[in-house]
Design a binder for this molecule. Sequence first.
Ligand SMILES: NC(=O)c1ccc[n+]([C@@H]2O[C@H](COP(=O)([O-])OP(=O)(O)OC[C@H]3O[C@@H](n4cnc5c(N)ncnc54)[C@H](OP(=O)(O)O)[C@@H]3O)[C@@H](O)[C@H]2O)c1
Length: 331
Amino acid sequence: MKAIVQDRYVSADGAVRIEDVRAPDVGDDEALVRVRAASAQVYRWDLPAPMRSIGRLVAGAREPKAHIAGLDFAGEVEVVGENVTRFQPGDAVFGWSTGALAQYVAVGEDALAPKPAKVSFAEAATIAIAGFAALQALRKGRVTDGHDVLIVGASGGVGSYAVQLAKAKGANVTGVCSTDNVELVRSLGADQTIDYTRADFVEGGARFDVIVDMAGNRSLSELRGALRPGGTLVMVGQSAIPASQQSWSKALGRWLRATVWSLFIDQRLVALIPSRGHEDLLALEAGVEAGDLTPTVTAISPLSDAPQAIAGLVEGHGRGRAVIEFPDRSG
Ligand SMILES: NC(=O)c1ccc[n+]([C@@H]2O[C@H](COP(=O)([O-])OP(=O)(O)OC[C@H]3O[C@@H](n4cnc5c(N)ncnc54)[C@H](OP(=O)(O)O)[C@@H]3O)[C@@H](O)[C@H]2O)c1
């Protein structure tokens, strides 16, 4: 099968290539999925800095052990193992798996959900990983009806889902992004937008019940200043900090300071450590089915253009997710 292979933790120039590799074996508890589309993600970009370092220990100190890139995908079930009960050949599904940028993935059924009929394979391929982070960040922030919620990084993969999920919970949402993405963030349902190239949310005087921060470039005191008493800051990522300047020790230090600080103040400062649970996958599927969530796809590239498309991703800036499409049976 064709797969997008990476030899190392690539830099923004995107050292990936298309190769013929052996298709995965299918275990008794797994389904073999023919991938129709997968998010354009390589290992370096799917984790915040400290998690990336831990990931290196788990996945390979110098090179990712799983040489095939990718994490979230959508496709069609081709074969099921004998213990699989929820899916059968021909089912359209979406989900997550390491090595998702390949024509086939073998996946446990807890990492799969039925693809909502109203979205394309390309759209469904953007849901799992960014959706988990958005859903869990809002849960961690205890976002509820009537809350004023600030989403910093509202146009990106995670933020575009967080805006919609917060609106679905009845929150009043303010989205922070750059000029080009203001209209997108409004169209996702944000009640207000702040263009970070022209205005500074920490100086604007507005106060929020919850801040979900994907950018990671403001100090904890600045972020506290934009929170109401009793409010919660959820630290999700560091998209505003170039990868070359991110470090394990800085991020861990920030998380530790936030944890200790939270013990002595009337605000909660918490970091998101994401999980990839089946219940959350089903909640995201239900959100799409109910019309609360519409995936935002920046660009769709055919498999043949994948190396260039991945190399062209601009680190830290996004309009939803870019997607790589795999040929269907006729292709
Ligand atoms: N903890 C987790 O579970 C988890 C899961 C997934 C991702 N992450 C992390 O979360 C972060 C966001 O991920 P993503 O996939 O959504 O990234 P993305 O698609 O690249 O989006 C980044 C977002 O940050 C915004 N941004 C960039 N510079 C900014 C600045 N100076 N001030 C305010 N906003 C700024 C961008 O806005 P413009 O494009 O308009 O500039 C865009 O909305 C990354 O650091 C990622 O590693 C964490």
